[in-house]
Design a protein around this ligand. Structure first.
Ligand code: RRO
Length: 316
């Protein structure tokens, strides 16, 4: 990186401060064990853990992945060890490895989210909570809280009530809605400190030889470069409506240029997910590329660049 010493790369989500804005994306790096073989976890902004539920869960039938043009479908179905084992094993591992930790939670009911927040209250070493209300791989669409403004509000209200002001709450929204700004408005007024934009889009692939869906769960979440323009649009719209609410942007970021696009649209942090499957060092590569691009463009702090596309539009 060029002249990094004069460049302030730090970002924050409410009172959680990160030395740089490049995070893992929930679900794409587990609890960091695999990535820790490639780089010290403390070198990235934060590890966002795979969304954890109250109980252990084995997930959906295989196959659980399918390649698509410029992307992939996943149909994992919230596989995980459950909150107790996660707190006992995964958090201590991340702490020992110097990671800043954003814990992602997911539930089948509003009560589940309350229970998860209660279990996490007082756990040391956490930077923030990601409240995932937008997993597409659930048994019915009624469980995709983020598609319904009232359900979205109820989840965030309960988490806020349980946590008080203990941790910043970042709520993860779905792009599969008519008006993402309306959902953002509900969760912000219910107490969200930040938003994670976007989860995967619901998709499907049919194998023309077997003439059946390729995924065991039939449908899956579409990620990768194919969805990046959808993510940039969502970030831009939400930042325009709520310029003070920090956004963790994600969806097909594979280079510093891709990350810069999201920052200019209004993201205060960037999660890298699908790119990690092809290159386990993608998060580090993107961290360095983005810093260089910002320095080349004359920025002395990362924060000056957040939402710049809106400002230049106004100026022009
Ligand atoms: O576990 C999954 O299948 C999954 C989740 Br929780 C999510 O939020 N997004 C996604 O694409 N897959």
């Amino acid at each position: 990186m060029r002249q990094m010493s004069n460049f302030n790369y730090s970002t924050n989500f409410q009172n959680a401060v990160f030395p740089n804005p490049i995070f893992t994306a929930s679900g794409c790096a587990g609890s960091g064990k695999e990535l820790a073989q490639f780089f010290p976890l403390g070198e990235i902004g934060a590890v966002v853990t795979k969304s954890i539920m109250v109980k252990a869960r084995s997930g959906r039938p295989t196959p659980r992945m399918a390649e698509t043009p410029s992307g992939m479908l996943n149909s994992i179905g919230l596989q995980g060890p459950g909150i107790d084992q996660f707190i006992a094993e995964d958090i201590p591992f991340l702490q020992k490895n110097g990671a800043r930790i954003v814990v992602s939670i997911a539930g089948e009911s509003v009560d589940d989210y309350g229970s998860l927040a209660r279990r996490l209250r007082g756990v040391p070493g956490l930077s923030a909570l990601e409240v995932n209300i937008s997993c597409p791989n659930v048994e019915n669409r009624g469980q995709v809280f983020a598609c319904d403004p009232i359900a979205s509000r109820s989840v965030v209200e309960v988490v806020r009530r349980v946590l008080g002001g203990e941790l910043p709450i970042i709520v993860k929204l779905s792009p599969d809605v008519t008006d993402i700004v309306a959902i953002a408005n509900e969760v912000i007024s219910a107490g969200a400190d930040g938003l994670a934009l976007i989860n995967t889009l619901l998709g499907m692939v049919i194998d023309v030889d077997t003439m059946r869906p390729k995924l065991g769960g039939k449908t899956g979440g579409l990620s990768g470069p194919a969805i990046r323009p959808v993510a940039v649009r969502a970030i831009y719209q939400v930042h325009q409506a709520f310029p003070k609410i920090p956004i963790l942007g994600m969806g097909g970021v594979a280079s510093g240029g891709d990350a810069l696009e999201m920052v200019l649209a209004g993201a205060s942090g960037i999660s890298v997910g699908t790119a990690t499957f092809g290159n386990p060092n993608a998060v580090i590569k993107i961290r360095d590329e983005l810093a260089n691009l910002l320095i080349e463009r004359g920025f002395t702090t990362f924060k000056e660049a957040v939402g710049f596309a809106h400002r230049s539009e106004n100026a022009g």
